[in-house]
Each structure stands twice: as C-alpha cells, then as structure tokens.
Design a binder for this molecule. Structure first.
Ligand code: HEC
Ligand code: HEC
Ligand code: HEC
Length: 179
C-alpha cells in the first residue's frame, strides 16, 4: 500500500519531465506562419500584431499560457514556481523577452507571423550545440535568411546576439538578475 502511494507520488513529481530531445533535425522557423494563429484569434489577439504581455488582461493570460505550453511542449512549472505565477523566474524572463523581441518584432521573409511554435516546434530546447560552426551556419541559413523584422529591416546576428556578439544570450543577458 505504502509502496503504491510512493509510486503515485513519484509519478506526479515527474509528470512535468519530458524525454531527452530526440536526435532529430532542429526545427526550422516555419515559413507558412504559426500554427497558433487561430488559438490567438480566439483570445482576441492578432498574431501579426501582438500587444505587450503587460497589456494582456488577467482573463486572457491563462488561456494564452496554453499556447506557450502547446508551442514548447512545456508545462506551467517549466516557467513558474508552483502555485505562484507572479514569482519571477529565469524561464519567465526569457519567455517575456522572446515574446517582445521575436514574436512581436519578427516575421518570416514572406511576411507570415512568427510565434513561439515557429522556432520551437514543440520543444523547449532544440539547438544542437555540439558543433558551434555548424550551429552558426544553421543560424545564418534559418534565422538571418528566413526572418525579417516587421519594419522591413534585415535580421542580422546582432539583432539577437547584440554587438559585440554574445553567444549565451539567455544566460548572460536575459536571466533575471539576482538581488
Ligand atoms: C514558457 C514559459 C511559460 C509557461 C510554460 C507558462 N507561463 Fe505563465 N507566464 C509566463 C510569462 C512570461 C508571463 C508574464 C509575466 C509578466 O510579464 O509579468 C506569465 C504570466 C502568467 C500569469 C499571470 C501572472 C501575473 O504576473 O499576473 C498566470 C496566472 C500564469 N502565467 C499561469 C500559467 C499557467 C497556469 C501555465 C500552465 C498552463 C503557465 N502560466 C505556463 C511564462 C510561462
Ligand atoms: C526566432 C526563434 C524563436 C522564437 C520565435 C521563440 N523562441 Fe524561445 N528559444 C529560441 C532558441 C533558439 C532557444 C534556445 C533553445 C535551446 O537552448 O535549445 C529558445 C529558448 C527558450 C526558452 C528557454 C528554454 C530553457 O529552459 O533553456 C524559453 C522559456 C523560451 N524559449 C520561450 C519562448 C516563448 C514563450 C516564445 C514565444 C513567445 C518563444 N520562446 C519564441 C528561439 C525562439
Ligand atoms: C532570431 C534570433 C537569432 C539570430 C538572428 C541568430 N541567433 Fe544565434 N542564437 C539565438 C538564440 C536564442 C540562441 C541560444 C542562446 C543561449 O543559449 O543563450 C542562439 C545560440 C547561438 C549559438 C550557440 C551559443 C552557445 O554558446 O551555445 C551560436 C554559435 C550562434 N547562436 C551563432 C549565431 C550566428 C553566427 C548568427 C548570425 C549568422 C546567429 N546566431 C543569429 C538566436 C539567434
């Protein structure tokens, strides 16, 4: 009996984990646009013209979170402290920056809206970092050449990595500063 309870508890504890990423090719930014257009429209949000996250009302926030979960195959606790969605976390900070700098600012080269799924395709982490040269080539082919900014200007490495080039954007620029 005790064993059963312990097993049930440990299953609950791992419910949020996903299998290690399959050694599949990295997802390309979808040129056809985001799969979340309809889900966003149902919330009164236009994928082509997303508001600041801070302007999204509390009632819309919860179902909006489902579009994050779907796009990244993530669950709430990947980004939030359990039962305290207001508490700051690094993942929340990164997600806000991606909303602001990517989903609000970028479109595909053919003008289709870019949302979380456009790059993540159902995986929270998806970059193959084993060969930095190959990854740089991939970034050039996919992010620089297949995306543009909404104002019509080109995407460069510096659009995302800044100048001088900062490879670890997430860790070094976007993580919530402690203290
Ligand atoms: C990919 C990361 C991510 C995932 C996954 C995620 N959230 Fe969020 N959540 C955020 C961000 C970013 C904000 C907005 C933070 C801000 O701008 O203050 C937010 C805000 C919220 C808020 C409003 C809190 C506030 O500050 O008023 C609630 C409630 C919330 N999330 C619940 C959830 C629930 C429930 C789930 C699972 C269904 C979930 N979130 C999944 C990143 C995430
Ligand atoms: C232009 C492409 C692009 C778009 C659009 C995008 N992301 Fe990302 N995101 C990335 C890349 C690249 C990484 C690094 C992935 C890795 O480490 O494998 C990443 C990482 C993350 C991480 C950190 C994962 C971790 O724990 O290491 C979070 C959280 C995240 N993205 C949330 C979002 C959310 C939410 C959206 C939509 C509002 C979004 N992203 C849109 C490219 C994108
Ligand atoms: C649309 C945004 C975007 C553009 C444009 C972009 N990158 Fe990235 N790149 C990312 C994100 C996000 C990560 C994950 C960063 C992290 O983990 O901190 C990343 C990671 C990398 C990494 C791996 C860093 C590491 O230490 O693991 C390399 C190398 C890289 N990019 C090179 C480039 C080069 C070269 C260019 C221009 C040809 C470029 N990137 C353009 C978003 C972009």
């Amino acid at each position: 009996m005790e064993l059963k309870v312990a097993l049930a508890l440990s299953c609950l504890a791992v419910a949020c984990r996903r299998p290690a990423p399959a050694p599949a090719p990295q997802p390309l930014p979808r040129t056809g646009g985001t799969r979340q257009t309809a889900a966003l429209a149902a919330l009164g949000l236009d994928a082509r013209d997303l508001p600041e996250l801070s302007a999204v009302d509390a009632r819309t926030m919860k179902p909006l979170m489902d579009t994050f979960d779907d796009s990244l195959d993530a669950c709430c606790e990947d980004c939030h402290v359990k039962n305290d969605p207001k508490a700051p976390t690094d993942a929340k900070r990164i997600a806000s920056e991606m909303w602001r700098r990517y989903s609000r600012d970028l479109v595909t080269i053919d003008g289709a809206p870019v949302y979380c799924d456009s790059c993540h395709e159902g995986r929270l982490r998806f970059l193959d970092r084993s060969d930095p040269k190959a990854l740089s080539q991939w970034m050039l082919a996919n992010y620089v050449r297949k995306l543009r900014r909404k104002d019509g200007s080109r995407v460069e490495c510096s659009t995302c990595h800044g100048r001088p080039f900062e490879p670890r954007i997430l860790e070094n620029l976007w993580h919530a500063r402690k203290g």
